[in-house]
Ligand binder design. Structure first.
Ligand code: ATP
Length: 455
């Protein structure tokens, strides 16, 4: 395991086209990031593998893609309008704002279960100052939802919010899905999409962004079944991590104490990851009881229950287990897990040891020399044929072979294929392995199967 600094990750991500600062040519926009050509491929691979594992390969799951803008009543019923807060303190001199809990943690205070008054007391007793060395205001609650106006009227009646989590779109479609598919308990609904939080202090690269993506599942169960369902999802989170190549030594479970759980949760496990800036939440797993369906049924006046016994017509409001995955934190954890420095042929090199399943480019094809038409023609033929079965194939004829290998290593391409003079004679190519740097001769006809099997 290479210990890597955030500077190295941020710099490689920018230089090699994974992640750029949002709106960079205008000086950026705090808490926003843009995914570049390799970043978007990596991110799509993560989302596709998640969907494959949790929707396509199961009989008890289906998906939805709900609108980001929702009726504001959704967020009143879910408790987000009244309770989706983070504690904020202000530097009395510079007026800069900080997360009170983060400031306290950085000063060695355990904030578990602390109220606003407790935080105010800790700040004053310990004489805690802002990072600029100035006095801090008393902490107050700050609602993290982005408010917006829907339609041409700018008044209270047109206020809506950018969704702070994708879960809301699943709960409000519960009845629609039940009416269309008539599923039996247990079953789950998955959704992947953007979520927005007006984080007080976005930081640590994409880890804490204001616009990010989530992959969430609401798994509906009979209330008596919640413990085994919770355990099964707990295992599935690890299975997913292993499948995509998140280093398991860096993942740790944290049982969240009652006073620190979200308002809807009866049990929560955070899956934390050892990022270069500390051990922080990667995913969450929560037992949300029937909190959401009951709250939405009450507020909307629409019954949100399901028949559990066809003979008697007995119904109940299902309980819910929610595994919640952040796409951006997954991508960041993958970059950190894959980042490797080693010594190859007497030279230090940097490469991303991605699992081929998530690698943005599965193979690169080179002609040994770019000024030999016969080599270029043959290489183009191999490239076009491979691209038909595996689209994420790259052509590269820039610079010498050594430079091409370094470039592909840095974006994590598992294999490089070189077409040389022997290819013209005997139909074999050189296949170079990213991790070992070793090369072997392989027949052109075997390439597609080899690349496809690895991905
Ligand atoms: P944190 O405690 O780090 O603020 P959270 O407990 O508020 O996170 P959840 O509400 O459980 O996060 O959201 C589910 C998942 O969404 C998280 O596990 C994380 O992967 C992702 N996520 C949440 N907030 C952000 C953010 N600001 N930027 C990027 N990803 C996020």
């Amino acid at each position: 395991m290479t210990e890597v600094s955030m500077e190295k990750i941020v710099s490689l991500a920018k230089r090699r086209g994974f992640i750029y600062p949002g709106s960079e040519i205008y000086g950026g926009l705090s808490g926003t990031w843009d995914y570049g050509p390799y970043g978007v491929e990596l991110k799509n691979n993560v989302k596709n593998l998640w969907w494959k594992m949790f929707v396509h390969e199961r009989e008890d799951m289906c998906g939805v893609d709900a609108a980001i803008l929702m009726n504001p009543e959704v967020w009143k019923a879910s408790g987000h309008v009244s309770g989706f807060h983070d504690p904020l303190v202000e530097d009395k001199k510079t007026k800069k704002r900080y997360r009170a809990d983060h400031v306290l943690e950085e000063n060695g205070v355990d904030v578990g279960g602390m109220t606003l008054d407790d935080m105010a007391a800790a700040i004053s007793e310990r004489k805690i100052l802002s990072p600029d060395g100035n006095p801090l205001s008393a902490p107050k609650q700050f609602n993290m939802m982005f408010k917006t106006q829907v339609g041409p009227m700018e008044d209270e009646s047109s206020i809506s919010y950018l969704r702070p989590e994708t879960a809301g779109g699943i709960f409000v479609n519960f009845k629609n899905v039940v009416d269309s598919l008539h599923p039996k308990l247990p079953f789950g609904i998955a959704q992947i999409g953007k979520a927005f939080r007006n984080e007080i202090a976005p930081r640590d690269f994409t880890f804490r962004s204001r616009e990010f993506e989530q992959m969430e599942i609401e798994y509906f169960i009979k209330p008596t079944d919640w413990q085994p369902a919770f355990e099964a999802w707990r295992m599935s989170v690890h299975t997913f991590n292993n499948a995509i190549g998140i280093s398991s030594e860096r993942v740790h479970e944290l049982e969240v104490a009652a006073e620190d759980r979200a308002h809807y949760s009866k049990r929560t496990i955070d899956f934390e990851f050892d990022f270069p800036f500390g051990r922080k939440e990667l995913y969450g797993l929560a037992y949300r009881t029937d909190f959401d369906l009951s709250a939405h049924a009450k507020a909307s006046g629409v019954e949100l229950s399901i028949i559990v016994d066809d003979a008697t017509g007995e119904k109940l409001v299902p309980h819910v287990i929610e595994p919640s995955f952040g796409v951006d934190r997954t991508v960041l954890a993958l970059l950190v897990s894959a980042y490797t420095e080693d010594d190859l042929g007497g030279e230090t090199r940097t490469y991303l040891k991605f699992n081929p399943a998530v690698a943005p480019i599965k193979a690169a094809v080179f002609p040994l020399l770019k000024n030999k038409p016969a080599l270029v023609e043959k290489a183009r033929e191999v490239y076009a044929a491979l691209k038909r079965t595996t689209p994420q194939i790259m052509w590269d004829d820039n610079g010498n072979i050594g430079k091409r290998y370094r470039r592909q290593d840095e974006i994590g391409t598992p294999v490089c294929i070189t077409i040389d003079f022997d290819t013209l004679e005997n139909g074999t190519v050189t296949v170079r392995d990213r991790d070992t740097g070793e090369q072997e001769r392989v027949a052109i006809g075997e390439l597609a199967g080899r690349i496809g099997a690895a991905c």
